[in-house]
Ligand binder design. Structure first.
Ligand SMILES: *[C@@H]1O[C@H](CO)[C@@H](O)[C@H](O)[C@H]1NC(C)=O
Ligand SMILES: *[C@@H]1O[C@H](CO)[C@@H](O)[C@H](O)[C@H]1NC(C)=O
Ligand SMILES: *[C@@H]1O[C@H](CO)[C@@H](O)[C@H](O)[C@H]1NC(C)=O
Ligand SMILES: *[C@@H]1O[C@H](CO)[C@@H](O)[C@H](O)[C@H]1NC(C)=O
Ligand SMILES: *[C@@H]1O[C@H](CO)[C@@H](O)[C@H](O)[C@H]1NC(C)=O
Ligand SMILES: *[C@@H]1O[C@H](CO)[C@@H](O)[C@H](O)[C@H]1NC(C)=O
Ligand SMILES: *[C@@H]1O[C@H](CO)[C@@H](O)[C@H](O)[C@H]1NC(C)=O
Length: 428
């Protein structure tokens, strides 16, 4: 036992244990402050004399792997992503009151969304339960680690959900933010946990297509060159969650080895339209090849692929007055799997992570999937629709997801996948 050297650490943990709001209240009320000081002094003595019992009380209310022995056999292996949405009277895990960091654009209830029954559903895998998000379990798994969301604004949406889910436990400090708020680093001091958003439309290098001196809204994608913006950060990351799909679904030109090899939706007589699926496949392939073969200091990284999040415009598109006005989920039987483009792209992504996994095993890298596509195809009711801070009035957002909302389930998937993975050695 080394009571003295542990002392500072324990007190620090004690203050981390109290959440921010409580501390503010104490500061506002001198009487309580005095009481809390007395308590702290008493606690200090307690720490000095019995450090292990304190450690046990405060630190180990997190997930205990031994508990899992009592759970059904399939808990470690069941397919989390095959299931249905079932009624849940408990409602969401946070509100726009308890989470202060909901971005305006995703705060649907603030922007006049009147129905809130879409918050009363839980994802139920067919063969097991998906555990409810437990902020302490999450933070204990990622303690001392760095996790990055690598992708577009939907990837960012998942990070925003995670921040809300963790907000009852710890609010991070902002360490870095670029001018456009596309790259962001947050630090959770109580858990020595770093969270990053790394923005990339395509995972691979891309520049705006210029025709006759002006940009077109499309991009030139270099399918064999990863985007440096995330690649250079990779050695500092323990958990990398890759996504991306929406930006591929527009007119883009595709290059390999610096040569034009085709396009997406370009309708040029002398350029082959290879379709979004081809480009999605090559981009993920390039990212995973970089991790497995090219990156010098990426051994032991845990790479997750979050599959395509469907955008769900009905009666039109973003530009032609399409909307999303549903107020409850669909059942699996309601989804038409035939000719479903989202499922086609999802299958391409699954195939890429599977081949990366086979290669990665040899290199000590782990690859896994957050296969959200099927679940989200059943949630056309989860988007802001008209209820976002829309500058151009009349446009519906059927791409991003309300907070709180069904996107919170992605982080329950994330926690459960990390929990399963954390039984295996991770890079330290
Ligand atoms: C939170 O949501 C309620 C509706 O449930 C809304 O009236 C209120 O304005 C929202 N508050 C904030 C701070 O977003
Ligand atoms: C935080 O974690 C990093 C990486 O594991 C480690 O090097 C560092 O010493 C830790 N810092 C503290 C204060 O625990
Ligand atoms: C580019 O400019 C030339 C000359 O002004 C014009 O003939 C051509 O159609 C333009 N191309 C496109 C794609 O706009
Ligand atoms: C793509 O490569 C070009 C040329 O090397 C570079 O200027 C640009 O910043 C890169 N962009 C991305 C998104 O990687
Ligand atoms: C395709 O045709 C256009 C105009 O006819 C030409 O500018 C362009 O270079 C051609 N592209 C290729 C790859 O041949
Ligand atoms: C689409 O149009 C049909 C018929 O006009 C209408 O019943 C339905 O509610 C609309 N759906 C959406 C999502 O707007
Ligand atoms: C499913 O979608 C395909 C392609 O869009 C269509 O041909 C087929 O009729 C649909 N099936 C049902 C049952 O709606």
């Amino acid at each position: 036992m080394k009571p003295i050297s542990n002392f500072k650490e324990h007190i620090q943990q004690y203050y981390c244990f109290i959440n921010k709001d409580q501390i503010l209240n104490l500061v506002n009320r001198p009487f309580l402050l005095i009481c809390s000081s007395c308590f702290t002094i008493l606690l200090s003595f307690y720490v000095l004399w019995a450090p292990n019992s304190l450690k046990f009380t405060f630190r180990h209310e997190t997930y205990d792997q031994r508990n899992s022995l009592a759970l059904p056999d399939n808990t470690e292996t069941c397919d989390l992503f095959k299931g249905r949405w079932i009624r849940d009277v408990k409602g969401p895990l946070y509100t726009n009151f308890s989470c202060k960091t909901i971005p305006d654009k995703k705060n649907c209830l603030l922007h006049g969304r009147m129905d809130n029954d879409f918050l009363n559903w839980r994802w139920k895998p067919d063969q097991c339960e998906l555990p409810i998000f437990e902020p302490r379990s999450f933070l204990s798994i990622v303690q001392g680690k760095t996790l990055a969301f690598i992708g577009d604004s939907v990837s960012r949406n998942q990070m925003e959900s995670l921040l809300c889910l963790l907000s009852t436990e710890e609010t991070p400090k902002e360490v870095h933010k670029d001018a456009k708020d596309r790259f962001k680093t947050l630090y959770f001091p109580c858990h020595n946990f770093t969270l990053m958003a790394l923005w990339t439309r395509f995972l691979v290098n891309a520049t705006q297509t210029v025709v006759n001196g002006s940009v077109t809204g499309g991009f030139d994608l270099h399918l064999d060159r990863v985007d440096d913006n995330w690649a250079q950060k990779l050695p500092s990351i323990n958990y990398a969650i890759f996504s991306d799909a929406q930006w591929f679904l527009r007119q883009n030109y595709l290059f390999e080895g610096g040569n034009l090899v085709g396009c997406i939706y370009c309708q040029k007589p002398n350029v082959t339209d290879l379709g979004p699926g081809f480009a999605i496949q090559r981009a993920f392939r390039a990212a995973f090849k970089y991790i497995n073969n090219d990156c010098k200091d990426c051994k032991g990284i845990v790479t997750l692929l979050r599959t395509i999040s469907p955008s769900q415009f009905e009666n039109g598109t973003w530009k032609t007055g399409g909307s999303c006005v549903r107020t409850s989920p669909l059942a699996p039987e309601d989804i038409n799997n035939t000719g479903n483009a989202d499922l086609e792209y999802r299958n391409i992504q699954v195939a890429e992570i599977e081949s990366a996994r086979k290669l990665g095993e040899k290199n000590g890298n782990a690859f896994d999937i957050l296969d959200v596509t099927g679940a989200m195809l059943m949630r056309p009711d989860g988007h802001p629709g008209l209820h976002w801070r829309n500058k151009k009035k009349g446009y519906s957002d059927c791409v991003h997801w309300c907070l709180p909302g069904p996107i919170d389930t992605w982080n329950e998937f994330l926690l459960e996948v990390l929990r399963r993975k954390s039984r295996f050695p991770l890079r330290s």
